[in-house]
Design a protein around this ligand. Structure first.
Ligand code: GLU
Ligand code: MG
Length: 444
């Protein structure tokens, strides 16, 4: 049989989960087995949560070699696309990790996000809508250089951008805009806002579909926060907004500071209060902290601002062109994240922090304009501006030192998280920033 007439291999569906090292892992099943898998899931194990991006298991870890779990796929979280250039369709179903009897496993990060969103709703009546904005760079290609943000910058990779958008559309990710970004060979892809759990699922799908498509062109798409110490960072900007039970926007108040409703303001205050401690869950690797520096349009202070791309929480603009309703567009962008973070854990931490602010009815934090680096320490303190932890070890220490944040997570999850991060840090001992960036470039 020649290659042309050979039947395509039967498609496989990947049943996946994303671990604390932000790697999406799972097992594949043939279509014929899917109905059974939808009922009772596929096998998984506790120790997998302690896997590092280097193909090792963090040692020590709380799990050892014993124990079994299931990944129960969520039929609403299936991403199926034929257009990634692969021989068989991209078919990924994201699941929740359960015990063998279907009881939720307390360390399943996707369940943690669902629980955090449930707690937010139960306490406040608020539902969150979110969108994950990803930046990434292409490597291994022989594309000609192009001006940043340019028309030619996107067109030179003809095929790639259009294929990516169409594969994401086919998979139900609802992509919005793709641009050639400010960094060398850097691109950005956005998706339409979705209920927060679905948005985190989309984040996983975007990373995997983008990587697969690039791979099929012989390239590598890297979402690493810094691909070289002096390169422009690849951010993951998490946009969020709120609705009430009638579906009406609940974060917008034209009379509020920065047009934030009292509830949205309290949420932001909670996020900023706990930002140093949640940082390891949103900026989760050693190179993340090469990105979180002043003047890189990332985030480096506990800072809420209107439209300022240096702020950690940026109140996004609304458009009145075409008679658009600002209330429906109004959203806040969390900028201190990157794609070495597990999107479920990152958003769960943001939601829990915001909920603390809501429970305490915290006032809207000061809206700060200007460059914190140009302010005196007294001025910064008066405005509530505190420098974010400058390294992953410092961020982990901030997490350990905040009993409120630790209280949101099962102790064994925190033990796993710290253990995995310590293993990443230990693996990098003796490497200079250049080598660390190069390594993470290939891993993420
Ligand atoms: N590349 C920047 C970052 O690391 C963001 C640039 C932008 O505002 O889009 O977050
Ligand atoms: Mg951008």
């Amino acid at each position: 049989m020649t290659q042309d007439t050979a039947p395509l291999p039967a498609a496989l569906t990947g049943i996946v989960t994303t671990d604390v090292s932000a790697v999406t892992r799972g097992r594949f099943v043939p279509a014929s087995r899917l109905p059974g898998v939808m009922e009772s899931g596929i096998g998984w194990l506790q120790a997998n949560l302690s896997l590092t991006p280097f193909g090792t298991i963090a040692d020590p870890n709380p799990w050892g070699s014993t124990g079994d779990l299931r990944i129960l796929p969520d039929p609403g979280a299936r991403f199926l696309a034929r257009g990634t250039g692969s021989e068989t369709p991209f078919d990924m179903m994201i699941g929740n990790i359960t015990e063998l009897d279907g009881t939720p496993w307390p360390c399943c990060t996707r369940s943690m996000l669902a629980d955090a969103l449930g707690a937010l709703h139960a306490a406040t009546g608020l539902s969150m809508t979110a969108a994950f904005e990803h930046e990434f760079q292409l490597f291994g290609h022989d594309l000609p250089q192009a001006h940043v943000l340019s028309f030619a910058g996107l067109r030179r990779a003809d095929g790639f951008a259009a294929r990516l958008v169409s594969a994401l559309s086919e998979a139900g990710v609802d992509p919005e805009v793709i641009i050639s970004e400010f960094g060398r060979d850097q691109f950005e892809i956005t998706h339409a806002p979705a209920p927060a759990l679905a948005a985190a699922d989309r984040s996983v799908a975007i990373r995997e579909i983008t990587r697969e498509l690039a791979r099929n062109l012989g390239w590598q798409a890297s979402f690493a926060p810094k691909t070289a110490p002096d390169a422009v960072g690849n951010g993951l900007h998490i946009h969020f907004s709120f609705t009430d039970d009638s579906g009406a926007p609940a974060g917008f108040d034209p009379a509020g500071p920065g047009r934030l409703s009292a509830k949205a303001g309290a949420f932001c205050a909670g996020v900023l209060r706990h930002l140093p401690a949640i940082l390891p869950m949103t900026a989760s690797s050693v190179p993340s902290y090469l990105r979180l520096k002043p003047h890189g349009w990332s985030a480096s202070y506990t800072w809420l601002a209107e439209q300022d791309r240096e702020a950690s929480l940026r109140i996004c603009p609304t458009v009145s062109l075409g008679g658009k309703d600002p209330a429906k567009q109004f959203n806040i962008e969390f900028r201190a994240a990157d794609s070495t973070a597990n999107p479920y854990l990152a958003l769960a931490a943001i939601v829990r922090a915001g909920l603390e602010g809501l429970r305490a009815e915290l006032p809207v934090p000061p809206l700060v304009t200007g460059d914190p680096e140009a302010m005196s320490p007294q001025e910064r303190a008066a405005k509530g501006l505190h420098r974010l932890p400058g390294t992953l070890p410092d961020a982990l220490a901030a997490l350990a030192a905040d009993p409120v944040v630790s209280g949101w997570f099962p102790p064994v999850l925190l033990e796993t998280f710290h253990g995995e991060k310590e293993a990443e840090i230990a693996h990098l001992a003796g490497m200079d920033p250049e080598e660390i960036c190069r390594l993470y470039r290939t891993l993420f």
